[in-house]
Write a protein that binds this ligand. Structure first.
Ligand SMILES: O=P(O)(O)OC[C@H]1O[C@H](O[C@H]2O[C@H](CO)[C@@H](O)[C@H](O)[C@H]2O)[C@H](O)[C@@H](O)[C@@H]1O
Length: 270
C-alpha cells in the first residue's frame, strides 16, 4: 500500500490580507452611520494585524477617517474612497490631487437640489468621491443614476460605480484593484500572497488583481464574480480571519520554540 501523500518541504505562504469593510467586516445597516462595530471585532482585527506582521489592510469605498472612527483605536493601513485615498502601513498618507478634491465637491454640490426634494436620500461627500444612497427610497434608483450622470457630465475624470443601494462617483484610474496593487509594492505586503475578501460589485477589481498577483479573491454572498472562492456571511469572514491567523502563526511558533529550546522543539515535532 502506498504511503499517504506528504509534502514535508512545504511551508505555509506568507499572506497579505485585504478586506472590504461594509457588508464584509460588518453587517450592512440602514444608513452609513448606523453600522455597528463590536469591541470583539476591533480586538480581533488588532490581533490579526499582528499575526500577519501588519500585512493587513482595509480597502473600502468609505473615507479613511470613517474607518478610523469605526475601528478606533486601530489605525490600520487603509485605501479609502475606492482607492482615491491611501494610508500606507508606515502611516504615511498619500495626498489627493487638489483638482480631484475640488471636482468631488462640485459633483456633491450639483446633487444638492435633488436632495432638497427627496430628503430620504443620503449624500456622502467624501474627499475624492461622492456617494448617493437610496436605501430608504429604492423606487428612486433610476432617478439617482440619472442625477449622478448629470452631476459628473462636466467632470470627465470621474466615473460612476453602482454599489449596494448606492451610486458613487469616483475618479477614473482609481479602484480597489489599483489600491491593492499599490500596497503589494510596499512593505510589509511585498512578496506575500494577497487575499482579498469583499461582497460588492466594486470589489471585483480587487479580486482580479489579487488573483493576478498569485493570490485569491473571496466573494461574500451571491452574484456574478471573478473571485475564485466564496464565503457565506460576515460571521464566516471573522472565522476565516481567525483560522488564517492561526495557520500563519503556527510555524512561527514552532520556529521560536526551536530557537529557545531545540530539544523540546524536537520532541514536540514528533
Ligand atoms: O467598500 P465598502 O467598505 O463596502 O464600502 C462601500 C460603501 O459602503 C457604505 O455604504 C454601504 O453600507 C451602508 C451601511 O451598511 C449602507 O447603508 C449602504 O446602503 C451601502 O451602500 C458607505 O456608506 C459608502 O461610502 C461606501 O462606499
Amino acid at each position: 500500500m502506498s504511503e499517504p501523500a506528504t509534502n514535508p518541504g512545504a511551508i505555509a505562504p506568507r499572506l497579505a490580507i485585504f478586506t472590504d469593510f461594509d457588508g464584509t467586516l460588518v453587517e450592512i445597516a440602514d444608513t452609513p452611520d448606523a453600522v455597528e462595530v463590536s469591541t470583539e471585532l476591533t480586538d480581533q482585527l488588532d490581533q490579526a494585524s499582528r499575526d500577519f506582521d501588519h500585512a493587513f489592510a482595509v480597502i473600502t469605498g468609505r473615507e479613511i477617517a470613517d474607518i478610523d472612527r469605526f475601528l478606533s483605536p486601530l489605525h490600520l493601513p487603509v485605501a479609502g474612497a475606492h482607492g482615491a485615498q491611501r494610508r500606507r502601513a508606515d502611516g504615511t498618507l498619500l495626498e489627493l490631487d487638489d483638482e480631484i478634491s475640488a471636482a468631488a465637491e462640485a459633483i456633491a454640490e450639483a446633487v444638492q437640489p435633488f436632495l432638497m426634494t427627496h430628503p430620504e436620500l443620503i449624500l456622502e461627500a467624501k474627499d475624492g468621491a461622492v456617494a448617493l444612497h437610496y436605501r430608504q427610497a429604492q423606487q428612486l434608483e433610476n432617478e439617482c443614476v440619472l442625477v449622478m450622470q448629470e452631476a459628473i457630465a462636466d467632470h470627465p475624470g470621474f466615473t460612476l460605480v453602482h454599489g449596494k443601494m448606492v451610486i458613487e462617483a469616483r475618479p477614473s484610474g482609481y479602484d480597489k484593484g489599483s489600491a491593492l496593487r499599490a500596497f503589494m509594492q510596499e512593505e510589509p505586503f511585498r512578496g506575500r500572497t494577497p487575499i482579498f475578501i469583499g461582497d460588492d460589485t466594486t470589489d471585483e477589481d480587487a479580486f482580479r488583481v489579487a488573483q493576478e498577483l498569485g493570490g485569491i479573491g473571496i466573494k461574500l454572498g451571491p452574484g456574478e464574480t471573478v473571485a475564485r472562492m466564496r464565503i457565506a456571511d460576515v460571521a464566516s469572514v471573522h472565522a476565516l480571519l481567525r483560522g488564517l491567523a492561526e495557520i500563519t502563526t503556527r510555524p512561527q511558533a514552532a520556529e521560536e520554540l526551536e530557537q529557545e529550546d531545540p530539544i523540546l522543539a524536537e520532541t514536540t515535532a514528533h
